[in-house]
Write a protein that binds this ligand. Sequence first.
Ligand SMILES: C[S@@+](CC[C@H](N)C(=O)[O-])C[C@H]1O[C@@H](n2cnc3c(N)ncnc32)[C@H](O)[C@@H]1O
Length: 363
Amino acid sequence: MTDATTGMKGGGYYDAHDEYQRDVAASGAGLVTACVDAVPLPGDDATFVIADYGASTGANSIASATTAARAVRARGATQPIAVLHNDLPTNDWNALFHNLAAATDSYLTLDGGAALPLVSAISFFEPAAPRGSVHLGLSSSAAHWLRHQPDVVVPEGFYFSEATGAARAALQHAADTDWRAFLAARAADLAPGGRLLVQMVGTESGPDGEHVTARRLLQAMAAVAHDMVDAGALDAGAVDRYVLAVYARTPAEARAPLDESPLREQFDVVECRTDPVANPYFTTWQHDHDAQAYARAYAAFVRGFTESSLRTNLFEPGALGASADERLDEFFTRLTARFAADPERDRFEDWTLTVVLSRRPAG
Ligand SMILES: C[S@@+](CC[C@H](N)C(=O)[O-])C[C@H]1O[C@@H](n2cnc3c(N)ncnc32)[C@H](O)[C@@H]1O
């Protein structure tokens, strides 16, 4: 089985094109402070531990951890703090340390002494911190990634929402199993009374049907891949077998395992809801009507988080007549042209799912 992703596009690319993820994280900043305020401080001779799961190359992770560290120091001016950035071993860790060294306003520069930076290079589906050590767990735009690349055939598209029958059931099952594993691992990591704030792409049920984050985008990506099949540049079978290994849960799906043993005894649910997050690229286009600039920014954002998945699971097995990387470049050139041709049709829509949990003392 292959991993769902080996990480975001490295070399500074992800951080340069992550305006959307930054807005999602910023939408949770108030919750970060509220979570810190709800956690008992461990005392001046012990360390308050902040962990961020799925930290990537760090720009947003450092910002969220700094918000949290500030809230801790507002309560205890000299409270020792450690910040643990978690991601996969294949993450571009050099970029994270570069960002940390370059940040002029970070948890390293706070009054009351620098917070200790730590990393945890292990899948977040496993315990990722010393047992019972984490006072505040954060995770933004990451816990929607499945653990493994699903082995399903989805001729209808590139996303779980297009899958039908057994393929849809398999994707739902994988998402449920993975979410339970993520939560069980956090139950191991968190200290009694600790809080966990997870923000991920979600699905909202409205009177007019289901709103699935990123659905229009994945429909556009599938259409471009089919154009490349028609042009003889991509294998049709590889396109049928590709899905992006991301699942946008509903609040009910996120909640279900927390109403069952053993997670019911381990966590109290503080929040579980979806909220729309505005699309910064589309908002800019509505003001300046510069379709080319919109398309370039939108495609770069998409490339930042999908490139590793597309290379491993679509272009390496499916590229025809040129290398996987050349076909990947062609794919994004075509996607950019499609976005520019009709900025409204394929716009990214986001209903962020927010889950806040409190770790019970026992269980
Ligand atoms: C879109 S980035 C989000 C980064 C950052 N939290 C932000 O808000 O900008 C998603 C991150 O989740 C990480 N990720 C995906 N699956 C993971 C896993 N099983 N364990 C740890 N990290 C994982 C990816 O490697 C990637 O760095």
